[in-house]
Design a protein around this ligand. Structure first.
Ligand SMILES: *[C@@H]1O[C@H](CO)[C@@H](O)[C@H](O)[C@H]1NC(C)=O
Ligand SMILES: *[C@@H]1O[C@H](CO)[C@@H](O)[C@H](O)[C@H]1NC(C)=O
Length: 246
């Protein structure tokens, strides 16, 4: 289940000497990683290595109605105290070709005392295929999901060195907000994609999450057409994962 390891993480965090003021890029050894929706695959840390998620079809993370909650995509995540979260970023690429093929970051905010994955708020941000092309997609889900798209610049596609669109996505805390950016020009500029005001806001009726889940996912809501291709998946590749905490 998504939340069962929270206590283990907290124990590890409490017993690890941490400097209270410095921002640190969390080392691979200090985080425990978990898979949701990827049975039989051993969790590995995406810190300092390239990770490819083999994503099956008919998967998604999307809540267009309470009765249509869907959190079926493979998600490799770790748990961090919300108070320590600064930012997370990753570079994602895949041979995107079919409507809603997607992959990127997920930051999930379980409500205190209500560890029900069906109600958990989340932000997902990355690349999503729509209108015949890969785009930058962000979904923010407080009660229900909403979705926005932004074009991928030519520059980012050139950086990939092949025809597969590639993007570097950053989710950063700013006070009670979470901001989603795409990094461009080799990381020298950041373009804002979304401001999420409820992320770390105690005024939210649902209360502040004490721990958040942070990680990478891929989803393939649409089956491939053509005889014998309905079970085709997509391999989504991640590099440069960096989680900053205080
Ligand atoms: C989740 O979405 C996928 C893709 O649309 C669909 O095939 C699957 O049945 C959905 N699962 C649930 C539990 O709604
Ligand atoms: C979440 O929703 C699914 C699909 O509706 C349901 O089968 C499951 O029992 C729900 N989980 C919880 C913890 O309510």
């Amino acid at each position: 289940m998504l939340f069962q390891t929270t206590a283990i993480w907290l124990l590890a965090a409490l017993s690890t000497p941490a400097s209270a003021s410095a921002t640190t890029t969390t080392s691979s050894s200090s985080l425990k990683w978990h898979w949701l929706n990827n049975p039989g695959v051993k969790p590995i840390s995406p810190v300092g290595r390239t990770v490819t998620i083999q994503v099956p079809p008919d998967t998604d993370i999307w809540r267009p109605a309470l009765s249509k909650h869907n959190f079926t995509a493979p998600y490799l995540y770790t748990v961090v105290p919300a108070a320590r979260f600064q930012s997370v970023q990753v570079t994602v690429t895949a041979p995107w070709k079919t409507l809603y093929d997607q992959g990127g970051l997920v930051v999930a905010f379980p409500t205190n005392g209500h560890h029900n994955a069906n109600l958990t708020r989340f932000i997902k941000a990355g690349i999503e295929f729509n209108d015949g092309a890969p785009a930058l997609g962000v979904v923010a889900t407080d009660i229900l999901s909403d979705w926005s798209l932004s074009p991928i610049t030519e520059q980012q596609q050139q950086q990939a060195g092949d025809k597969n669109a590639k993007a570097t996505i950053l989710v950063e805390r700013d006070g009670t907000d979470a901001w989603v950016y795409v990094l461009e020009d080799g990381g020298r500029t950041r373009r804002a994609l979304r401001q999420v005001t409820w992320a770390f806001n105690e005024d939210d009726a649902q209360g502040l999450a004490r721990e958040i889940e942070v990680g990478i996912y891929g989803a393939k809501p649409t089956e491939e057409a053509g005889e014998g291709h309905a079970r085709d998946g997509i391999a989504v590749t991640f590099s440069g994962f960096a989680l900053k905490t205080v």
